[in-house]
Write a protein that binds this ligand. Structure first.
Ligand SMILES: Nc1ncnc2c1ncn2[C@@H]1O[C@H](COP(=O)(O)OP(=O)(O)O)[C@@H](O)[C@H]1O
Ligand SMILES: [Mg+2]
Length: 256
């Protein structure tokens, strides 16, 4: 142990101090992790505290009107009751949507393969394109919080892009563990685009986008490859190392 705070940290193998680039990658990875843990905490508080409080108020209101029909019959009260019920409904729904957007509960409760299955179903219901989803080799593998979360975020952004830009009718999503990597493949039959040009533009905007997706994968020692030609659809392959053994039990469905 040392008190010298300016000394660069050592690698875990203890061989040599880290380079600036390695430290920077580690720092960004830590930031991403802190960000996700914070989202998870806020989502839990929103659901457990705000969501439950709203639900209680809604139930108590209903109970009050049921137990006091004399009040419910008074002039103007019926309209007020309707307004209040509508407002409570809206508030409960937006808390649920915000919770889901911050951290989908499926990811913590069911794990990545089933969370992605639910995400595909959700896209099919909302956007109308067919999703063909299959996951393989993941049931005895523990990917860990970081890899699971980032793969989910990458799939989310890929599907968001299909929704926003592709005009596709069909999307194929595959999640496969192939030691030592886990591979996410999203391919659509939409209008495609010029990858190199868009990547350059995406970098200058610094959103999550294509550029952010590649950075996210890089931080985990992985990569994103995008293949697309205008008119022929788009295929995106994410490869992230997880460092474990696998087997072959599958989760599959087609949503229409
Ligand atoms: N699946 C896709 N199909 C067609 N075009 C796409 C697809 N994904 C990305 N693009 C194109 O690449 C551009 C950059 O994508 P992105 O970096 O995610 O930024 P954004 O989605 O905010 O526009 C998009 O504006 C779109 O023109
Ligand atoms: Mg995008």
């Amino acid at each position: 142990m040392t008190d010298d705070h300016s000394a660069p940290p050592e690698r875990q193998d203890g061989d040599s101090p880290m380079t600036d680039l390695e430290q920077c990658i580690l720092f960004n990875r830590d930031l991403l992790h802190i960000h996700e843990v914070e989202r998870q905490r806020i989502a839990k508080d929103l659901h457990d505290v705000v969501g439950q409080a709203l639900l209680t108020v809604k139930l108590e209101l209903n109970m009050m009107f049921l137990q006091h029909p004399d009040i419910a019959d008074r002039q103007g009260i019926a309209a007020l009751r309707e307004d209040l019920t509508g407002a409570m409904h809206k508030a409960i729904r937006s808390v649920r949507d915000m919770t889901y957007a911050l951290r989908p509960p499926d990811l913590d409760q069911l794990g990545l393969p089933l969370a992605l299955s639910a995400l595909c179903t959700d896209y099919t219901e909302r956007c109308g394109f067919e999703t063909d989803y299959l996951s393989a080799g993941l049931d005895r593998i523990h990917l860990g919080f970081e890899v699971e979360t980032n793969l989910y975020r990458l799939a989310q952004e890929a599907l968001r892009n299909v929704e926003k830009h592709a005009m596709a009718t069909r999307v194929m999503v595959r999640l496969v563990a192939s030691h030592p990597n886990v591979i996410l493949h999203v391919a659509d039959n939409g209008r495609g685009f010029e990858v190199a040009r868009m990547l350059a533009a995406s970098k200058s905007e610094k959103g999550l986008g294509l550029w952010g997706m590649r950075q996210r994968a890089k931080l985990l020692g992985g990569e994103v490859r995008v293949n697309s030609t205008p008119g022929t659809g788009t295929s995106m392959v994410v490869k992230i190392p997880y460092g474990g053994g696998g087997n072959c039990n599958d989760v599959a469905h087609t949503s229409r």
